[in-house]
Design a protein around this ligand. Sequence first.
Ligand code: 13P
Ligand code: SF4
Length: 380
Amino acid sequence: MSSSAAAPPIPGPFTDYRSLSDAELAARIEGVRQRMGRRLVILGHHYQQDGVIAHADFQGDSYQLSRSAAERDECEAIAFCGVHFMAETADILANRPDKVAARGGRRVSVVLPDLAAGCSMADMAAIHQVEDAWADLGTVIDTAELTPVTYINSAASLKAFCGRHGGIVCTSSNARAVLEWAFARGRRVLFFPDQHLGRNTARTMGIGLDQMCVWNPHAPELGGNGTAALEASRVILWQGHCSVHAMFRPEHVDGLRKNIPGVKILVHPECSMEVVDKADLVGSTSYILRQVEQAPPGTKWAIGTELHLVKRLESAHPEQEIRFLSPVVCMCATMYRIDLAHLCWSLEHLEAGDAVNVIRVDDETAKWAVVALERMLAVA
Ligand code: 13P
Ligand code: SF4
């Protein structure tokens, strides 16, 4: 809804925003939202701080946010309150060639309020490492029967690699359906960058640990594997992980089960196999949210995912007993980079026609990345 209120003067440098109070920043953010109306969409991941998520038009997990970006036709800009790979995915999906043509050549600008909001797991697989691994694997196994699957938590170049090599993208909410798609096409999967999501998902499909091996991109030869292990493998797992979810340990589950009879352990599939094996329920951030929303009053939960989501669930559901699975703080420091000051600064620049922190995937990378993303969207 646009209003007739005048836009503020040309915004100043970011440091000017640091001195504003949260209330001032929130009011100015809402001012931009009012004035820009439907021209602006703010997307927010569940891990965002409460103060930031309060301004989002749509909140979701990585899959839902990708779908939401893919469906944006009318807006001029998306401000993505999440991390870099999410903003890249939004740029690719919101600016597919057919969409841009339908808009008469107009692109949707995707802005990441703080460019330092990356993902340490995504950084564990670089395109040159994946290309080297593919070439090395080709000396032992037939890559014609190997399907590359990248977790959405990866750079656009890796999604493009999957697009070029008959592969696909997955998220935490559709990893099993995606692996089924891959196994309908070939004997083996190279799964990157999260070994835990790959391992946990493959095991739900009855694939044993003896049919999986781990590819260490820093090992001098064959990712640290022997040829026999690679030949026997159905899933080759990249040696990457999320340092936030690595903080949840099986002994935390044991301790809570002992101290809180009836507690339900609810975790994200980025947790290790040892934690997932001891959990009652495993799923994406939206799955976690739904389980709590649908549970009867008095349900006791210990939740293993990023702190901001767990804290929000705790305050939204006082009728349930919700606690954090780990005794230590597990916070995604990069998600936390997005704060009110960065959001306000980026929105006011956007409104003034001087957009900052625009995420623009180059055309060649986007052309192939969208192939892998569309395969995912067609599967689930
Ligand atoms: P979801 O897709 O489940 O929201 O997970 C994203 C993520 O980065 C979890 O660490
Ligand atoms: Fe990446 Fe882990 Fe943060 Fe998710 S929680 S964005 S996987 S670092």
